[in-house]
Design a protein around this ligand. Structure first.
Ligand SMILES: [Zn+2]
Length: 553
């Protein structure tokens, strides 16, 4: 036991140095007792019965904000008057909540939201192996395609439907992966924006044709109506961020106003980079809610909406920009109007709302370095694989047997051995080379990640990332505040808290409003929503019910 506490203290010190949330739950289960700490999970009431039918909501509204850092609520608090303010002030807000995995990208983050499971158990590990599926073309845009075929297991809507097969879901986003993954493999109503046409569509995984209400929504040509429109700041003043920062948007068009092209086809392609994209997405969600009559029966229906512009603006101008600031204010107003309409057409006593983010974002390296004096780098590690690829190709070996993606070195040992290579010496050579690159903090062999996952927060997040059947031999972690490949101003994808800390927020009758500061995970969302909808998950989850936020009856 003493050794456990020493390890915990060491881990906590390391976590503090690295700026990573202390681990709590893993220790608690391994050491056979919850640590005496205010951050400990509330114990599950052993005899707690599922809520009675009359208190079960008929509508769960689940909102994901792409690239939403938890600290945005406080950073912009004095100027929030709309939906974000309403949810913050009236909701149960877990501010110290995390996407507790290492590759903090959109697809793995969205797959975790309503599955209650880490990427290790959803199989959605990286964006580039997310929802792409050539067997599921997008209706009306056959050059595009998407489906959840890689997703493993079920999600909240599947469990709810096992209880009551009448339950239905509508999931809407600008992005395909953000619409698809929160409902897993469910064949429900799932629509996303096609920027080549300015229309919302789905893929043949879900339907052969678009229903009348989607065609009617598209016929209104709302995205097209923004052609030539100019984006200026919402407020006349109150933006401490300098506007003119040449580091933003790769030195092009980095000051207000930003103007959508005068050509309609170009405008609908560019709309995702403008705050109005979120408004259109929310209008689409409300139109679908009405058309499908969700939330009106005695069953529980699900409306999932993922809003993508915060991510687009964050990538383009960075988290430190005036543009990001204005985007969050406009998102707050759009969400406020959405909630007003929602509560005017459905009974607020029967609605539960949850809100989270799929990942955060790093401070813009150049801005952060100038402000703090801390060295930050843009690090390209992908070139290290080149000589290995060349050597394998020269010997007639498929180079995918030794490939590098998002910090993971994936090694098909048997393929290499058959060709006469020693996989371990190749991995060691790769590790030696990658560690020479300034900005690379560490390169860990996978067995060390497994071994250290209880005591080392970075190892824990990598462990939560990697399914057992993905043959990852080595993982590469950069220095804190250095960022990986890509030319965007804002970058995310690391195991550090600035990329992992997102809001986990519940709003509605079952929840006790307040700020909750104990460590929580996005994986806790689904089991918590399952509980308040009197639903039993039909599979093993990584998350736990956040009991302390739920009213005792
Ligand atoms: Zn994202």
């Amino acid at each position: 036991m003493r050794r456990f506490f020493r390890a915990t203290i060491r881990a906590t010190i390391r976590a503090t140095i690295l700026g990573l949330a202390p681990l709590v739950l893993a220790c608690a289960s391994t050491a056979g007792g919850a640590p005496e700490s205010s951050t400990a999970a509330a114990a599950a009431p052993a005899s707690r019965a599922l809520p009675p039918a009359e208190s079960v909501p008929t509508l769960v509204v689940f909102i994901t904000i792409d690239q939403m850092r938890a600290d945005y609520f406080d950073r912009f608090a004095s100027q929030l008057t709309g939906g974000l303010a309403r949810l913050d002030r009236g909701g149960a807000f877990f501010t110290n909540a995390f996407q507790d995995h290492a590759i903090t990208e959109t697809a793995p983050g969205h797959a975790t939201t309503l599955s209650g499971r880490f990427p290790r158990h959803t199989g959605i590990v990286i964006n580039s192996a997310g929802v792409q599926d050539p067997q599921s073309p997008v209706i009306g845009a056959p050059s595009l395609n998407a489906s959840p075929f890689r997703f493993r297991g079920g999600t909240l809507i599947d469990w709810i439907r096992i209880k009551d097969p009448r339950s239905r879901a509508l999931s809407v986003s600008r992005k395909d992966r953000a619409a698809i993954l929160p409902v897993g493999r469910a064949h429900q109503n799932v629509y996303w924006y096609d920027p080549t046409s300015g229309r919302f569509s789905t893929s043949t995984y879900y339907a052969d044709t678009l229903p009348e209400w989607v065609r009617a929504f598209n016929a209104r040509r709302i995205p097209q109506s923004y052609t030539g429109k100019s984006w200026s700041t919402l407020l006349a003043s109150g933006y401490p961020e300098p506007d003119s920062q040449p580091v933003e948007n790769q030195g092009k068009d980095f000051t207000f106003p930003h103007v959508l092209p005068a050509d309609t086809a170009e405008a609908v392609r560019s709309l995702p980079d403008f705050p109005w994209m979120d408004e259109v997405t929310l209008q689409m969600a409300l139109t679908g809610l009405r058309a499908l009559d969700l939330g009106r029966g005695s069953q529980t229906d699900l409306l999932a909406v993922s809003l993508s512009t915060t991510d687009a603006v964050g990538h383009r101008y960075g988290t430190d920009s005036r543009e990001l600031h204005d985007q969050v204010l406009r998102l707050d107003r759009s969400l406020g109007a959405f909630l007003d309409t929602l509560y005017s057409i459905r009974d607020s006593a029967k609605i539960v709302i949850a809100l989270t983010g799929d990942h955060g974002v790093a401070p813009t390296p150049e801005v952060y370095a100038a402000r703090t004096g801390i060295t930050t780098r843009r690090v390209r590690t992908s070139n290290v694989i080149k000589p290995f690829t060349e050597a394998l190709t020269a010997r007639g070996v498929d180079p995918s047997a030794f490939r590098y993606a998002e910090g993971m070195l994936i090694v098909e040992r048997e393929v290499l051995e058959r060709a006469g290579f020693d996989p371990d010496s190749l991995v060691d050579a790769f590790a030696r080379e990658v560690k020479k690159i300034p900005g690379v903090l560490r390169a860990d062999r996978y067995p060390a990640i497994v071994r250290d996952s209880l005591a080392d927060p970075i190892a824990r997040r990598w462990y939560h990332q990697i399914p057992d059947d993905l043959p990852v031999a080595l993982v590469v972690t950069l220095d804190k505040y250095s960022v990986g490949s890509g030319n965007a101003t804002g970058i995310h994808g690391s195991p550090y808290d600035y990329d992992a800390n997102v809001p986990v927020l519940f709003y509605g009758p079952p929840f006790i409003p307040g700020r909750y500061t104990r460590f929580a995970r996005v994986a806790d969302l689904a089991p918590t929503l399952a509980w308040v909808t009197a639903t039993r998950p039909t599979e093993k989850l990584d998350g736990d019910v956040l009991w302390e936020a739920i009213r005792a009856r």
